[in-house]
Design a protein around this ligand. Structure first.
Ligand SMILES: Cc1ncc(COP(=O)(O)O)c(C=O)c1O
Length: 435
């Protein structure tokens, strides 16, 4: 190329959740069956979308309007429905005008960071959901700033660290929370949320709250949306149907803008997001068209409750099975469908191994661990090679400073899930004691 055409932030775009798939596919091709515990797609893990939701889709497909463009912000009836639901929950009041649809939250996330001023930074949790942390890092061509979710305190955020970093770094302009969190399953209490809002208010920051799992909160857990505590702080809540319906292939999510009238610059920023969507014309019409019908159907919330019960039961089982490894910290998630285990500092070394029976797989894993890689990724490769269980390492996969790994709670068959978790437990034990 006559000039460099690659964006300086390009190397920050890392999505280990899918990258590990390339290695796992090779392992599979060499004859080792793979148990896919890496990606949060309920459909890929065998969950069936209810027939009654499919009937709404089939009905919508018979209408000509489904095939047309929608308004830039999204179908008006759908936005009105969402605004109405939001308003009857209490807290901040919005109108259909404060809602903007995207082709999935992945699209929304990349637009949000792309359109931030180059020097404006957003601090997010550690471990981090990589679409946020990578997009934020790429936008600034710099490492993503994080505050710790503390594995020793049930993944509660370290608010002292958050405030210290915010006060020390004048470029931090926003705080990201993911609630319920991916990868930890942590749910922010109303008190914690209020403290985060207070920090945002004190330092004149805006808040992004990714609430894609907000209807996947387990029984007995108090859940509070950003809207309930935002007060007069500018904020953006993110919602979607990928995990709920579940319809990840529908590529449909939306953002809700709060307190646009309270800050002129925040208002201009949200307008730039709307204008960017206008250049694209709009987001996909079909899934938007179905949201009011599906969510108002009396079967919807009982259906979600049944799914949540299943994830909660899987979480309890996994926590029980993994509890007795002293070097491993696990907490029962309170929502979403992931669980994260962290290794104690110093527990992992670069000489630990697992025996791999399949020669071709053994060679592949040896070549991968011969390069300089984080210690948790090394464990994840051995786990994959020796047992076929495919999980995601925390350091590379979730921009984390902790060694650990994430697996999902999506497995439909309880016996299969139990077997997978027992396989992980045995592998962790053998690996830690291999030297
Ligand atoms: C926290 C979080 N936000 C956003 C997304 C992306 O969702 P979508 O399918 O709407 O792009 C995911 C997907 O796993 C997620 O876990």
């Amino acid at each position: 190329m006559r000039n460099i055409i690659t964006h300086p932030g390009a190397d920050n775009l890392i999505y280990e959740i899918r990258e590990i798939v390339e290695v796992a596919n090779k392992v599979k091709a060499y004859g080792q069956p793979v148990v896919w515990e890496n990606i949060g797609d309920p459909v890929a893990k065998g969950e069936s979308v209810p027939a009654w939701i499919k009937e709404y889709v089939a009905k919508a497909l018979k209408e000509d309007t489904t095939y047309g463009y929608s308004p830039t912000k999204g179908l008006l009836a759908t936005r009105e429905y969402i605004a109405h639901e939001r308003n009857i929950e209490g807290g901040i009041q919005i109108t259909a005008d404060d809602i903007l649809f995207f082709n999935g939250l992945g699209d929304a996330i990349s637009k949000l960071y792309d359109h931030l001023h180059p020097s404006a930074r957003v601090i997010g949790p550690n471990p981090a959901y990589p679409t946020h942390s990578s997009a934020e890092a790429a936008h600034a061509d710099s490492q993503h700033f994080t505050y710790a979710l503390d594995p020793q305190r049930g993944w509660q955020p370290d608010l002292a660290e958050l405030e210290r970093k915010v006060s020390e770094n004048k470029h931090i302009s926003g705080i990201l929370i993911i609630n319920p969190d991916n990868p930890t399953g942590y749910v922010y209490s109303p008190e914690t949320l209020k403290k985060i809002v207070a920090i945002a208010k004190k330092y004149q920051l805006f808040i992004i709250s990714d609430e894609i799992y907000s209807n996947l909160v387990y029984d007995g857990v108090e859940y509070c949306k950003l809207a309930a505590v935002i007060d007069d702080v500018p904020g953006i809540a993110m919602r979607g149907i990928s995990k709920e319906f579940p319809w990840p292939g529908g590529r449909c999510g939306w953002v809700e803008f709060y307190n646009r009238d309270k800050d002129e610059d925040f208002n201009r920023y949200t307008k730039s997001l709307i204008d960017a969507k206008m250049l694209e014309v709009c987001s996909t019409t079909l899934p938007q068209r179905l949201i009011p019908e599906v969510m108002q159907d009396e079967r919807y919330f009982p259906y979600l409750a049944a799914r949540n019960q299943k994830y909660q039961a899987r979480a309890e089982l996994a926590a029980e099975v993994l509890a007795d490894i002293p070097e491993l910290t696990v907490h029962k998630p309170q929502g979403a469908f992931y669980m994260t285990a962290t290794f104690a500092a110093g527990a992992l070394t670069d000489s630990q191994q697992l025996p791999i029976q399949n020669n071709a797989v053994a060679q592949l894993i040896s070549s991968l661990v011969a390069t300089e890689i984080p210690l948790d990724k090394r464990f994840v490769y051995y786990l994959l090679g020796a047992t076929g269980v495919c999980v995601v390492p925390l350091r590379g996969g979730f921009n984390s400073t902790y060694d650990g790994f994430r697996f999902t709670l999506l497995e439909e068959d309880e016996g299969t899930f139990q077997h997978t978790i027992e396989t992980i437990r045995q592998a962790v034990t053998d690996y830690l004691h291999s030297t």
